[in-house]
Design a protein around this ligand. Structure first.
Ligand code: ATP
Ligand code: MN
Ligand code: MN
Length: 369
């Protein structure tokens, strides 16, 4: 077919929430490289450069074609000097030497490894690195390191957790969670969110929202998690809600929300998982440790929580940036506040939230920004 004349092509928005980004990434060779650089900026707490790499990555993921020359970057938003240089390197050599040397960098490797452990953040990873540790074996054998309860669990099940969760496993976990929730409150609902809702085949955890048609009934559910079948719960940590009535969302783009939630590790029996490959079943261990997040949401905030927990992280970040800069509205996982009219905007569905923001609706599987 004839190429569409450039003048007829709608300009690509600088905001991820105005682009449709499916998992069909035509520019993986570039985005894989740029994501490693973005991640390294986070490790170095270099927020400005992180944003530059993350935004360029996200634009490339949304393109329906592969970039094959530098001139094809013309007219694209968010293509700053740093990412352009990496794209140019890859177009010329098929790889980026900057990325290759970073992948061999001691600090990058150690930080990547340590922060992959449940319960280990940048601070801890950096402390371990500065103490001279480079491998998990060294950390685990260390005599005078103190670990939190969360880190102990993270280290104990690190092999399973770092091997990723697949769709069949996520489904099996969903059935366990539903059964438990319905025993507590028969008409409560459990919704799969996070990466799996966006259509991803694998994830680092499984995320669920729990809500109830009658407000307040959801409140006691998490404190009954110990009643899950014996041995199923390998670890859990309940974070209590810190919600305040009529709180105007802050303008920060990367904020934790204030719902009651539970971070857990479940012991998933392989026999509960459909299509488990036979090789896996003859292994000595017939179970796998899986990371699960449960979020308890009052029904009036449900649409905002669903939008906020469906991700991707970059999509969420740009939704908030768009709201703030283009609409003078503050968005978080609880509510949307219109600063001009000084009102909170309620919504029953995600569609209503996009409409409040004057945005075209973007389906969950188009939010892989
Ligand atoms: P993965 O497959 O790696 O799990 P994911 O997109 O599901 O990818 P998560 O880290 O599980 O990533 O988070 C899902 C979404 O929920 C993200 O958009 C993230 O911004 C949001 N989120 C995660 N944790 C919190 C939290 N404590 N408070 C508010 N939002 C959160
Ligand atoms: Mn997730
Ligand atoms: Mn999660």
């Amino acid at each position: 077919s004839d190429p569409v004349p450039v003048s007829k092509v709608a300009a690509i928005s600088q905001y991820a929430c105005q682009r449709r980004t499916t998992l069909n990434n035509k520019n993986k060779i570039f985005t894989d490289a740029l994501e490693i650089l973005a991640e390294n900026c986070e490790f170095n707490e270099n927020e400005r450069s992180y944003v530059v790499f993350a935004r360029a990555t996200s634009v490339l993921k949304s393109l329906p074609y592969a970039i094959s020359s530098m001139t094809m970057l013309e007219g694209l938003p968010n293509m700053e000097v740093q990412p352009r240089a990496i794209i140019e390197e890859i177009l010329e050599d098929g790889k980026s030497s900057t990325v290759e040397s970073l992948l061999c960098d001691e600090r990058y490797k150690a930080t990547k490894l340590f922060t992959s452990i449940f319960g280990v953040g940048l601070k801890t990873a950096d402390r371990w690195y500065r103490l001279g540790f480079r491998t998990l074996e060294e950390v685990q054998a260390a005599k005078d390191l103190k670990f939190t309860k969360m880190q102990k669990a993270g280290l104990m099940y690190c092999e399973d957790i770092s091997s990723f969760v697949n769709k069949a496993e996520a489904h099996a976990v969903g059935q366990i969670i539903e059964k438990f929730v319905h025993k507590c409150v028969p008409n409560a609902t459990v919704t799969l969110t996070g990466g799996f809702r966006r259509g991803k085949e694998i994830g680092h955890d499984v995320d669920f929202l729990i809500t109830c048609p009658e407000e307040g009934k959801e409140e006691g559910i998490l404190h009954k998690v110990h009643s899950l079948p014996q041995g199923l719960l390998l670890y859990y940590d309940i974070i209590e809600s810190t919600m305040e009535k009529n709180k105007i969302p802050s303008k920060q783009y990367d904020v934790m929300d204030k719902f009651q939630k539970c971070f857990m590790i479940l012991k998933l029996n392989n026999t509960l998982v459909q299509n488990t490959e036979p090789e896996r079943q003859i292994e000595s261990k017939d179970w796998k440790a899986i990371r699960v997040d449960l979020v308890i949401v009052p029904i009036q905030q449900y649409a905002y929580a669903l939008l906020g927990w469906s991700g991707s992280r970059h999509f969420e970040r740009d939704l908030r940036r768009f709201s703030y800069h283009e609409k003078r509205m503050n968005l978080d996982n609880h509510v949307l506040y219109d600063k001009t009219k000084k009102v909170f905007l309620t919504a029953k569905t995600e569609e209503e939230i996009f409409a409040h923001l004057g945005l075209e609706y973007i389906e969950p599987w188009e939010r892989n920004a």
